[in-house]
Design a protein around this ligand. Structure first.
Ligand SMILES: Cc1cc2nc3c(=O)[nH]c(=O)nc-3n(C[C@H](O)[C@H](O)[C@H](O)COP(=O)(O)O)c2cc1C
Length: 202
């Protein structure tokens, strides 16, 4: 972690900072900045700067021994290392998380695929995998057009599972659901999410 408080802020809405999830996350980031005037916010917008999909070539680069990497493989590993370094520097992470087709945005999945590195962010032990990214709180700001019935959310459990795999189990989720179900429902959901964010940031 850095010597000054650091927040990593990830956006993954198609609509960049105009997405509802991005706006919720921005409210948290603004409150965090107020509480940490000397702090640093690392911003990463996956719509504007998408990470390439993981393909066989990129995955082989992760597996190659450092001394055997080709220049192209070294570049792939350096890009992934830079993403991982942002997590290492961060005391906390805020993720704007839209629901698209029941899941996370594909840009976020491609990004996650570059964070999960055996021997770097997790390792296998006799007792199963152990996450190496350390314990830092992660805050998820979920924006969703509909309202999922109890037990049918496969999105946030997946994100929790992925983060736990890398060593992070302190995960706070703020949902704004029903955003496409009329103005009244949208406004109420956003207002309630805003109040929860203010409490989370306090
Ligand atoms: C491509 C696409 C797929 C969507 N799929 C779902 C879905 O499966 N379930 C749902 O409740 N809402 C769905 N929505 C609505 C979004 O969840 C909603 O617009 C939300 O505000 C997205 O977050 P954002 O505004 O930060 O992009 C979808 C929207 C888009 C554009």
């Amino acid at each position: 972690m850095s010597t000054t408080p650091t927040l990593l802020s990830l956006q993954s809405s198609l609509f960049s900072h105009d997405g509802q999830s991005s706006r919720l996350a921005a409210r948290f980031v603004a409150a965090w900045r107020e509480r940490h005037p000397d702090g640093t916010v690392i911003e990463r917008d996956l719509a504007r700067e998408p990470v390439p999909h993981l393909d066989a070539e990129r995955f082989q680069a992760f597996l190659a021994a450092p001394e055997a990497r080709t220049p192209a493989q070294a570049a792939v590993v350096a890009d992934s290392d830079a993403l991982i370094d942002e997590w290492r520097r961060a005391d906390a992470v805020a993720i704007a998380l839209p629901t698209y087709n029941f899941g996370i945005p594909s840009t976020l999945k491609a990004y996650f695929d570059h964070l999960a590195r055996a021997g770097v962010t997790f390792r296998y032990t006799e007792n199963g995998p152990v996450g190496l990214l350390g314990a830092r709180p992660v805050h998820l700001f979920v924006a969703r057009g509909g309202v999922l019935a109890a037990g049918s959310d496969h999105q946030t459990p997946y994100v929790r599972q992925f983060l736990a795999f890398l060593g992070m189990t302190e995960v706070n989720v703020v949902h704004a659901e029903g955003l496409a179900l009329g103005e009244a429902q949208r406004d109420a959901a956003l207002a309630e999410a805003g109040r929860r964010i203010d409490r989370l940031a306090a």
